[in-house]
Design a protein. Sequence first.
Length: 291
Amino acid sequence: MPTRHFDIRLPELLITSVVANALAEDLGLAGDITTDAVIPPHAKASGVFAARKPGVIAGLDVAAAAFRHLDPSVMFEPLIPDGERVDAGAKIARVSGNARALLTAERVALNFLGRMSGIATLTRRYVDAIAGTRATIVDTRKTTPGLRALEKYAVRAGGGMNHRIGLFDAVLIKDNHIAVAGGIGPAIAAARARVGHMVKIEVEVDSLDQLEEALNHPIDAVLLDNMTPAQLAEAVRLVGGRVITEASGGIDLSTVRAVAESGVDLISVGALTHSAPVLDIGLDIEIGTTT
């Protein structure tokens, strides 16, 4: 069934690098010894990607790149856009070309497509769970090493938004920073003196007392860690719109609605990327001709 339009694409440079590494890992020093032994070099084939379970699709460009890295002439035709919700059995894309390229890249393509679609699917469940509230679902840095850009893209395809991409693009002063720096005030002052005017500063607090202390300093957002919905509502009242409020810590599908109804702006959920089950997607290959 149709869902919201999603037209943000990953930069080709990011896709090429990740796909090349994945193929190199799979092919090793000898290549695909099974396919090379069994399939004639000029055999042609085609196939259809289909969802085995319902979900939200993400990663079609990455899957296409896996085949084209081995043979640029491979034709890959998406049948739906990323971000689309599909039912079990839905056809997602068609691929055709050199049979060796299709069989060799099949698992890498499916690994990326299933992983990214799983993240998009879980994200959509969280987004749907808080529909009608003011809150936005965001991700965290709890991503698979080397795949962060792809996994955060998948969160966007599922209807969520991205938190900071890494340690380089925003300041997040957490409890350990505060402990080592000697308090909230010194930590904020040191960060503000170091970063440029375009960099935002967020402070993690786990009590209302800490929140009030943080609000006495020039910050842009507060991360309200492991608070109950009632505490979150009181925190939102204390903030009074002065900074962005983010709820975090152990939030799951059974609790996210109550958290959203507290009035917070953002809800960060690590499970989107560290615990999303892979969406079951298959590639059904059709035999072609040999020339």
